[in-house]
Write a protein that binds this ligand. Structure first.
Ligand code: PMV
Length: 313
């Protein structure tokens, strides 16, 4: 019987990705159809056995003491015990599982960090609060993605739509009118850190152009925020399309994602864009509830390897 089990959702970025790294706001929402779960099983009958970690999805089966301190799970465990100011973890087996595809913009690494921190700190008798969980998950995101903005760990920690801007207190968004998104996976893996580094290199050599794109994306994010809060959901579609165009201009889209965006629009979506770092991964389409199935089917028959229909409220 697991002593402790904690889960955390995946996420999508509705608007503002990449520009958010340069200080403009972005909006992200949790996706509960996919999740990570960390279970901790106590092993009191064998106190010398130490801490055993298994994560079958990444073929990890090892004792914590032999894991490199730079491994994200080892670093997470270290940060938890540092925050709790304890010296060691009692003998236990920690099992990490996840249904979130990796390197696809759905927040897999942030979700694993959040479920791991919550499960381990609860097992140790001192469940960390959201602020602490978020701080630790952000540190681990830096190992995974070099220089992340922190939006992924924030939305996954708070599990609500968030309006996020670096250096500002996160704002939980109240969505006036629930809406439906189809998420479609291009099936192409992409490294967030590499795509973000590529944008930085291009920004360094064409700052004026890139800064004006980031400004435009920031404005779109604010327009979407207002629209979400005042319940004029149908207006969001055109903002998503503009956001996708700007993401194309900064060089993070790929033909497979552009194609899926086009297919969604031709099949009645109100708007569509890539979501996350781009270079592969997922796109999202805003749909009416009655078109969600047909848009999803059209995306699957046009190359998407998987789709998720999610309702945001
Ligand atoms: O983890 P992804 O692929 O959803 O990308 C995160 C969004 C970026 O803006 C591209 C990077 C960041 O850290 O904000």
């Amino acid at each position: 019987m697991p002593a402790i089990s904690c889960s955390a959702p995946g996420k999508i970025i509705l608007c503002g990705e990449h520009a958010v790294v340069y200080g403009t706001p972005a909006i992200a929402v949790p996706v509960f159809q996919v999740s990570s779960t960390t279970r901790v099983f106590a092993n009191p009958s064998n106190p010398e056995s130490g801490v055993w970690i298994s994560a079958p999805a990444i073929q990890l089966e090892t004792s914590l003491s032999t894991l490199s301190p730079l491994h994200p799970l080892a670093a997470t465990a270290r940060l938890v015990i540092e925050k709790l100011n304890i010296h060691s973890i009692p003998a236990c087996r920690i099992k990490v599982s996840s249904t979130i595809p990796t390197s696809a913009g759905l927040g897999s690494s942030a979700s694993v960090s959040v479920s791991f921190v919550r499960a381990l700190s609860t097992f140790l008798g001192h469940p960390l609060d959201d602020e602490m969980v978020n701080q630790i998950a952000f540190e681990i995101e830096k190992i995974h993605h070099k220089s992340p903005s922190g939006i992924d760990n924030t939305v996954v920690t708070f599990q609500h739509p968030v309006y996020f801007q670096i250096g500002k207190k996160v704002q939980i968004l109240k969505v006036a009118q629930p809406f439906t998104i189809v998420i479609a996976d291009s099936g192409l893996k992409s490294s967030t850190g590499d795509v973000v580094s590529g944008v930085r290199e291009r920004w360094l050599s064409s700052k004026t152009f890139y800064d004006s794109c980031f400004d435009e994306i920031g404005k779109i994010t604010n327009q979407i925020r207002e629209t979400l809060e005042y319940g004029r959901i149908e207006h969001i579609g055109s903002y998503l399309v503009k956001n996708h165009e700007l993401l194309k201009q900064i060089g993070v889209s790929i033909p497979a994602l552009d194609h899926l965006v086009e297919v969604a629009m031709l099949n009645g979506a109100l708007g569509a864009k890539l979501s996350g770092s781009g270079g592969g991964g997922n796109m999202i389409a805003l749909v009416n509830e009655d078109t969600s199935e047909s848009v999803s089917e059209a995306l699957k028959s046009s190359g998407a390897v998987n789709t998720i229909i999610t309702h945001i409220s």
